[in-house]
Design a protein around this ligand. Structure first.
Ligand SMILES: *Cc1c(COP(=O)(O)O)cnc(C)c1O
Length: 396
């Protein structure tokens, strides 16, 4: 039966190695929150090969794998330009710098995100302006954005939280009306689609992260900016190397923000199975969601009809989070909270931000969200064990 269940989901051309450890009873479950080891088992040979090649040619900084990866990712997303950078955080920083965002400027974004989104705005001396989120997707509420625009607004930065984009067409329309740039923080959504377009290519600029646990992760830090405008792309390429226009000739204040050749080699090795992984994420997410939706007191995550979600996080909502976390922990099911404190309530940010209206939804969901184990190598039996444990925990 296990063979049958796995038959349709073996990575193309790879032998799937079974995982006996999770087939025992609930008390002995050893479930990974994100199982990078299972992934490595199916891609070890190409990863080793790619890494060896870099060690042999020795061009560790901006070597041939860097542009090879950038061209592959341009083809994948459909964006005109991919500029690889040191991390997702660098991607946001360099994108904002390329737009000239600085002191006195405002950038409209969401308070319900990883800190880097607002951090880079503040670091440049600008002010994050927080707009509340939707209660179901937890993404920025596009309808509230226009009222937050002032003469100081420079850009809108929606975050594609948990792996699903916000209402990008509505956001792009408001931005175009007011002459603003839209930067998608796509750190969690690489591979997702919005109206048949790939995340990272659904607005003027898209920024992603290759942090190991993201949908497309390397084995260290990495990130990329996707941009349609050639001039902006050129500016970003210079900004990532100390604002250098040519060797030791600096026309801008930049940063050291390149992605290593070795990390690009890892991404190249992973790209051959990435389409399969995205399909699996979507398939697993659908089954998981249907199972979770049956449990009283648990709000299952939702995906809008015109987009797909790559489930960087599979995040449910509940009013009984603390008890459920504890019960799941007792039976070996790891969980995480993305995110427990909205950014306007963080000590370092309270006085550095402006609130556009109340942020009651962000405050409410931050108390209710709970992420369950999710990755493309999650088998149905493990999913059933997790959901069973969740059902028992929710009833207690
Ligand atoms: C992970 C993440 C980042 C930062 O990416 P790093 O590669 O870790 O710097 C930024 N924004 C969001 C929404 C993220 O999830």
């Amino acid at each position: 039966m296990l063979q049958l269940m796995r038959a349709g989901r073996t990575p193309p051309g790879k032998d799937f190695v079974g995982r006996a450890s999770i087939l025992g009873n609930l008390k002995t479950m050893a479930i990974e929150f994100i199982d990078l080891k299972a992934q490595l088992r199916s891609i070890r040979a190409p990863v080793n090969e790619r890494i060896q090649k870099v060690l042999d040619h020795g061009q560790f900084i901006l070597g041939p794998e860097v542009s090879e990866m950038e061209r592959r990712l341009e083809a994948y997303t459909g964006a005109n330009h991919c500029v690889s950078v040191g991390s997702g955080t660098d991607a946001l920083l360099i994108a904002l710098m390329a737009l000239g965002v600085g002191p006195g400027d405002e950038v409209i974004t969401t308070p319900f995100t990883f800190v880097a989104t607002a951090e880079m705005i503040v670091l440049l001396g600008a002010t994050p302006v927080f707009v509340d989120v939707e209660p179901d997707t937890c993404n920025i509420d596009a309808e509230l954005i226009e009222a937050a625009i002032t003469p100081r607004t420079k850009a809108i930065m929606p975050v594609s939280l948990y792996g699903q984009t916000a209402d990008m067409d509505e956001i792009n329309t408001v931005a175009a009306k007011h002459g603003l740039a839209v930067i998608e923080d796509a750190a969690q959504s690489f591979g997702a689609e919005y109206r048949s377009r790939k995340s990272c290519n659904v607005s003027a600029i898209g920024c992603t992260s290759f942090f190991p646990s993201k949908p497309l992760g390397c084995y260290g830090d990495g990130g990329a900016i996707f941009v349609s405008d050639s001039k902006l792309a050129e500016t970003m390429r210079e900004l990532r190397v100390h604002g250098q226009e040519s060797r030791y000739y600096h026309t801008r204040i930049g940063v050291g923000g390149r992605m290593d050749t070795l990390q690009c080699a890892v991404i190249l090795a992973k790209l051959d199975t990435f389409d399969w992984e995205v399909d699996e994420r979507i398939r697993i997410g659908r089954i998981y969601r249907d199972m979770v939706a049956e449990i009283p007191g648990i709000q299952a995550p939702i995906v809008r009809n015109d987009r797909t979600c790559v489930w960087a996080q599979f995040t449910i909502q509940t009013d009984r989070r603390e008890e459920i976390v504890q019960s799941l922990k007792e039976v070996g099911v790891p969980t995480a909270v993305h995110y427990p404190i909205p950014l306007h309530e963080q000590p370092a940010y309270k006085s550095a931000v402006r609130l556009a209206g109340t942020l009651r939804v962000s405050e409410k969901v931050s108390r209710r969200v709970l992420s369950l184990p999710m990755h493309p190598y999650l088998d149905e039996m493990t999913m059933q064990s997790i959901v069973h444990a969740l059902g028992k925990a929710a009833q207690r």
